[in-house]
Write a protein that binds this ligand. Sequence first.
Ligand code: EPZ
Length: 422
Amino acid sequence: MDKLKIIGGNKLYGDVAVSGAKNAALPILIASILTDEKLEIENVPELKDILTTSVLLRHLGVDVRLYKNSCTLDASQVAITEAPYELVKTMRASILVLGPLLARFGKAVVSLPGGCSIGARPVDLHIKALEKMGAKINIHNGYIEASLKHLPNNKLQGCKIFMDQVSVTGTENIMMAATLASGTTYIENAAREPEVEDLGKLLISMGASIKGLGTDLIQIDGVEKLFGAKHSVMFDRIEAGTYMAAVVVTGGEITLKGVNPSQLESVIEKIKDAGVDVSCKNNEITILKNNNKINPVNIRTGVYPSFPTDMQAQFMAINILAQGSSEVTETIFENRFMHVQELVRMGASIDVKGNTAFVKGVNCLEGASVMATDLRASASLVIAGLAAKGETIIERIYHLDRGYERIEEKLNALGAKVERIH
Ligand code: EPZ
């Protein structure tokens, strides 16, 4: 398994071209199932999860052609409506094929995703909503078996869905399913994340009728058919935030290109509180850190537009080097502090009580051998390694490769010393 070797202590200078958003690209590729016409998607990040999604879609019979950062998809020949455990277990977002398969083919058998290291991550909200829309769903041998054959013309029925909890992929699954339902579906307490909005924009360009994107009430008027479309994936907010966090701890000056600052406001505010200069102009954010003082910043994750849970681990890597104490509270997932013990091995002082980590800033970190446990935990270890004295070896970086395109290339271009060891 690959490792990353990082020699810490270098300041970062230069530009970063931010890639397309993983969490927008995944549902967008899967939306191809909804039509028998071709989708052309641009700004697709080259990530492990994108490859996994293309393997799953090809398994169903979608003709997926991935070029560097673009992708064409043709689901006119889909013959299989089953997503097997072997494929689903490697990427939870595979659950997103459930809604589209049901909407287009009236049946689907999708493996339950199972848990992951950051939490149980059930899909009960997805299932409950589809049942409310008329689907008959059995859970059998770890599979979700869904069918519409008892419904008039084999179609989901539009209705009012209240999501007990804000769920990003839950909202996306139902929104995709509702595009071809008969009647109107209202999703109340819908997720407002920009990635949900980006998927919605693609669906509208395919001929769907959707109102309220970006708000907590989304209205979808079912249509007969969806058509081919072209779409460019939005920028990755979390990748951008990760590089912002990196320069806070290393010092230097970097400019993030191809971003929309208005979709990163909560992160920008907290980065400013940590004591760096942030300037935003059109689609660029410049971070300047020319002193070695870091202010401790209290963080409480929440649904958009609050501070994103996917940036919690990365911000903890800032707080561990701050002058003072801070609290990091995780409200979305029940076990998203796997990075804490690894950061402690590098000299951090963190005490976890329930869903809050109490951090006491230290003057410096020591490079060490550490282990990545999940995607964003890995990112926090990279950030800590960039700031630490000496050498840090990060093992199991396949976690990192799921969500960060060419990370060592981008970091080395900024002056870091990062080497991938095969
Ligand atoms: C999406 O996961 C993202 N993944 C996650 O990013 C992100 O952390 C998360 O949203 C929160 O923003 C993708 O978009 C592919 P949720 P998702 O449903 O949709 C509970 C990353 O690092 N819940 O919004 O799975 C759930 O347990 C990944 O890129 C239920 O109880 O998250 C959690 O506590 C990690 N039942 C909360 O809701 C359900 O049916 C929010 O989960 C669904 C969710």
